[in-house]
Each structure stands twice: as structure tokens, then as C-alpha cells.
Design a binder for this molecule. Structure first.
Ligand code: LCS
Length: 393
């Protein structure tokens, strides 16, 4: 059966795999930094692109290739590039597509470091930026300038769970010849396929759902267009944010159960969001599956399910939130998200501490906001844990 006709779980298990010289049933770890040429001519031909063959792991490696091909298949893209971290992927996209006097429009509530590196570092090289609420399409249109080259969207946002209409945002950007990159970390390709909705590049911190087991830091981008791919690949090779073969091997193993993990966690997330929303000690809950979410209808259209991420505020603000975080026993108090284990954290003092208070407030990251990533434990155990901690407040 042709790979693109296969179901998602089949692709998760098999896409990108190839048989090695020993008939290994899974792609093994080629933990080699460099590869032998057959002779001097072959070496020259490999560098010139006239012959196939691996050269050096920063440029390409069989274990990393297998993962890149799997991710490209899962996102319905042309080709993928794997990175040492999600931030290596983000900075490679910025480095490849922006430059002195060029401008990026970006979601205001993106992951803290994706924003801070523009404000702190890329600004020193003359890159201009506008952070806007991209869930408001007029705000995107109004922010576009004649020198805008990239629209960078995160949806749902980390941690405010705001949703941007990818299709409509891409239509606006393309009218102005602007490339669109969507950070799909919060969804994974099981829940959302930005390239199908018109984006040009999709980006992941694979540290999260794609690997799913809190044992790898990694990133990826997948493009639709061969020329954009070539440009990004070359910048990755020069910048050196490549993934390591062992990271790729672990990720190829972790991703096989993505849909199974997501199915279990999403059902629990809905029940937990409803439990929290009805709880007298909770001020508000933001979860795309709740009717109270302002973009619930858009989430139904654009996403295949509502994901496993939510944010909420305990009545009594940050002090009450701290008591909750200190008293849960099952949920792990740690940053990151999208793993098999339930995680709880406080963005204002942790993941988004790199932003100024004004930038956080403008993006809706209140001091009392608690972020919750639902794992695959039994739902009733997660609720019992929250219930116990909330009773102590
Ligand atoms: N994009 C999003 C949406 C993220 O949430 C993160 C990391 C990144 C990119 C960067 O990926 P990394 O380099 O860490 O693989 N988010 C984190 C978080 O919310 N807690 O810890 C890291």
C-alpha cells in the first residue's frame, strides 16, 4: 500500500523506516560522527551532490534521516529536518528567513524563548518584529509591513491556549508573499496539520508530544516547498543545531505511540477541564474543548480533538496556585509538557520568566496562571490528586 494512503497509526509505526544491511526490524542507531568514502572521487562526488552517501553527521545520518522522513510523512510535508532542540529549530528558521531590515510578525503569547531570542539577539542584527494577538486576523493584517518576510504562529499558544485560524492567517500572509511557519508543538500532527491548512513550514519541539517520554530534548521542521527546505537545511548545517543519532533513535521509538498516548490523554483532559471549571476554588479554565473557550468552534474545525494542555487560575491568585503546585502528589511539578506523565508548572516564574511583566500581561500570562499537561495516568487518579491539593487551599 502506498505510504500516503495509510492510516495515521500505520504511518507512526512504519513511515521513514528502511531495512539496513542486517535486516534490522527497526532503524538502529548509527552513532557515528563521520562516514568512510569508497575512494577520493566518491568523497568529492558526495560533497558535490553527484553521488549518494553519508558524509558527516551534522550534514546527514541514517538514523536521523529515518526520523526526518517519518515526521515529513506525518505532517504531509516534503521533507523534514531534525534539531538538537526546539529552540535550535526556531532559531534556524529565524536565521534562514530573516535578516537586517527584515520584519517578522509573531504571536504575542509564543513560548518565552521563541520571543526572547528575537528581542534580545536577533534585534542586534537589525531584525524587526511585531508581536500581536494572531487569533485576531485584523491584528495580523495591520502588523504587516513592506519588509515583512515571515508570519510565525503558535496555536494553541503556550500557555494561554489561544487559537489562531491557520487557514485564514496563511491567506492573509500569502497575499503579501510572506512565508508562514506554525509551531505545532502543542498539538502534534495527530491533532493538527498546519501544512494542509496552508502553512509553509511546521515546527516542533519534539521534546514534547512527539517523543512523549521526557527523555529527549529535540526539535524539527517540515516544509512543503523544496526551495524553502534547501534554504533551511543549509542554515541548519552551518549553524550546527543538528540532532544527535541517539536522540533520533529514541524519538523514532517514542513517536510510534503518539496517537495512542494522545487518545488516552485527550479524553482525560476533557474530564479534568470540566471538573476544574465546576470547582468552586477555580477562577477560570482555558481548554479548547470547553464551550467557554472563545475559539471552541475554531478548535473543532481546525483540530482533530482538543489536545491535552490547559491553563487555569486558582482563586486567590499566585499564592493559592503555589499551594496547589506544592501539594499535588501525582502531577509532577516541572516544566516541559506532552509526556506520558502529568505535569504542572507556573509560567510567570518558570517557562515565561524571560519576558518582561508588561509583555506577559499583554499576552495574557497572568501571575496566577497555572499550566497543566495531562498524561496517560488514569483520569480518576489525576482528579483525586487535584482534589486533595485543592482541599488544602
Ligand atoms: N515551542 C514551544 C511551543 C515550546 O513549548 C517549546 C519549549 C519550544 C518551542 C522550545 O523547545 P525546546 O528547545 O525546549 O525543545 N517549551 C517548554 C515549556 O513549555 N516548558 O519547558 C520547555
Amino acid at each position: 500500500m502506498k505510504e500516503n494512503k495509510q492510516g495515521f497509526n500505520t504511518k507512526l509505526v512504519h513511515a521513514g523506516d528502511y531495512e539496513d544491511m542486517y535486516g534490522s526490524a527497526i532503524v538502529p542507531v548509527y552513532q557515528a560522527s563521520t562516514f568512510k568514502f569508497k575512494n577520493a572521487k566518491h568523497g568529492g562526488d558526495c560533497f558535490a551532490g553527484r553521488a549518494d552517501g553519508y558524509i558527516y553527521t551534522r550534514i546527514g545520518n541514517p538514523t536521523i534521516d529515518a526520523l526526518e522522513n517519518k515526521l515529513a510523512t506525518l505532517e504531509n510535508g516534503y521533507k523534514g529536518i531534525a534539531f538538537s532542540s526546539g529552540m535550535a529549530a526556531v532559531s534556524t528558521v529565524y536565521m534562514a528567513l530573516l535578516g537586517q531590515g527584515l520584519h517578522i510578525v509573531s504571536t504575542n503569547a509564543i513560548y518565552g524563548s521563541s520571543r526572547a531570542i528575537l528581542e534580545r539577539d536577533f534585534s542586534r542584527f537589525g531584525v524587526e518584529y511585531s508581536f500581536v494577538d494572531t487569533s485576531n486576523l485584523n491584528a495580523i493584517e495591520n502588523a504587516i509591513r513592506s519588509n515583512t518576510k515571515l508570519l510565525f504562529i503558535e496555536t494553541p499558544t503556550n500557555p494561554t491556549i489561544e487559537i489562531t485560524d491557520i487557514q485564514k492567517a496563511a491567506e492573509i500572509a500569502h497575499k503579501h508573499n510572506i512565508l508562514v511557519c506554525v509551531d505545532n508543538t502543542f498539538c502534534s500532527p495527530y491533532i493538527q496539520k498546519p501544512l494542509d491548512l496552508g502553512a509553509d513550514i511546521v515546527l516542533h519541539s519534539i521534546t514534547k508530544f512527539i517523543n512523549g517520554h521526557a527523555d529527549v530534548v529535540g526539535g524539527a521542521i517540515i516544509t512543503k516547498d523544496p526551495d524553502v527546505y534547501k534554504q533551511l537545511r543549509q542554515t541548519m548545517i552551518y549553524l550546527g543545531g543538528n540532532m544527535d543519532p541517539h536522540q533520533a533513535y529514541l524519538t523514532s521509538r517514542g513517536v510510534k505511540t503518539l496517537a495512542l498516548r494522545m487518545d488516552k490523554s485527550q479524553v482525560s483532559a476533557m474530564t479534568i477541564a470540566q471538573y476544574l471549571e465546576a470547582h468552586p476554588k477555580i477562577a477560570w479554565v482555558k481548554y479548547p474543548g470547553l464551550k467557554s473557550h472563545p475559539q471552541h468552534e475554531l478548535a473543532k474545525q481546525q483540530m482533530n480533538g482538543f489536545g491535552t494542555m490547559m491553563s487555569f487560575e486558582v482563586k486567590g491568585g499566585i499564592k493559592a496556585g503555589e499551594m496547589l503546585m506544592d501539594n499535588v502528589q501525582l502531577a509532577v511539578l516541572a516544566v516541559s509538557l506532552g509526556g506520558v506523565e502529568t505535569l504542572i508548572q507556573h509560567p510567570a516564574s518558570m517557562t515565561h520568566a524571560g519576558l518582561s511583566k508588561e509583555a506577559r500581561e499583554e499576552a495574557g500570562i497572568t501571575d496566577g496562571l497555572v499550566r497543566f499537561s495531562v498524561g496517560i495516568e488514569e483520569c480518576e487518579d489525576i482528579i483525586a490528586d487535584l482534589d486533595y491539593a485543592l482541599k488544602l487551599i
